[in-house]
Design a protein around this ligand. Sequence first.
Ligand code: NAP
Ligand code: ZN
Ligand code: ZN
Length: 345
Amino acid sequence: MTKAYAAKNAKDPLAAFKFKRREVRPNDVHVEILYCGVCHSDIHQVRDEWGESIYPMVPGHEIVGRVLKVGDAVKKFKPGDIAGVGVMVDSCRKCKNCEQQMEQYCVEDMTGTYNAIERDGKTIAQGGYSSNIVTDERYVYHISPKLDLKAVAPLLCAGITTYSPLRYAGVTNGTKVGIVGLGGLGHMGVKFAVSFGAEVTLISTSPSKQKDAERLGAHKFLLSTDKKQMKAADSYFDVILNTISAQHNYKKYLNLLDLNGKMLVVGLPSEDPRTSPFALIKNRRSITGSMIGGTKETQEMLDYCAAKNIVADVEVIPIKKINEAYERMIKNDVRYRFVIDMSTL
Ligand code: NAP
Ligand code: ZN
Ligand code: ZN
């Protein structure tokens, strides 16, 4: 049996839970989980904020561990390797988007690591707040053992979700980038944008995060609750990465974009944000969404992080503190990713 923590419904706290993982198939990698990051998407889904949540739910999609066993046909991994699993564990593998290894946009929809029904049509996929996971090798990544593993876990979601849109938007030397929200995604966004050579501003509701933003490499800080500061930054940015997890209005941030400026949306509040066509037509601005990253780009991002020594800033917690961690994240009190030490299960 696999030990885990699960949500039984949208209301009760997470609690200890046991279930059975599938037997290792020829293409499967069996990973003993060492660390699992805590994403705000875990909270949205545990609390059924996006609708249609499936229970019991073992959340967790920022998984790092050690390979215990591999199936006969596995080529990429051997027992003892350090490996990661992210937000998806399967897809159709034959559509045009899967063919380009952009499986997150699979035309038949990707299979999430948890809160999803697997492609057999019956098994509930269960995530990383657990002692081990069995995943097809296509959706498992190599992790450089030279990185601090607990700080690597958040790269599997917060890392790729910010790396992918910043790359797609062509962020490079001198691009004026605003990162909105300094949480798990936002702090990785700051690190990546800085490493791509951009001029980076953190746009935050929390004055207390200014010092940290500078430490993370941001060049400027903009307090989004200060009307004067926001007015002064009107039409300033080329790119804004919006990581906000709670209800807000897009207009306030669109107004900060210069000619042809883009707002990259990754934050997924439960209520649809309002926007304004007037704010969009000015400066020919656009809004672009982005979902995690495909298997090819996720491995590329992990290799980039190993080469540049980029990892997350983490607060390691024992599993029994998970409910408290959720409460702190909702109060914007996370610096900057909680990571569960799975040996505490
Ligand atoms: P997080 O660590 O809780 O950080 C969210 C940050 O948003 C907060 O720290 C806060 O930063 C800011 N914020 C919160 N409420 C706000 C409000 N009302 N107005 C303005 N700013 C506010 O969350 P996360 O794990 O980074 O996830 C962020 C969002 O991305 C979630 O909705 C999550 O579901 C989504 N997500 C999407 C993808 C994807 O593929 N697109 C992948 C992963 C996660 P300040 O204190 O600096 O203001
Ligand atoms: Zn996530
Ligand atoms: Zn597909």
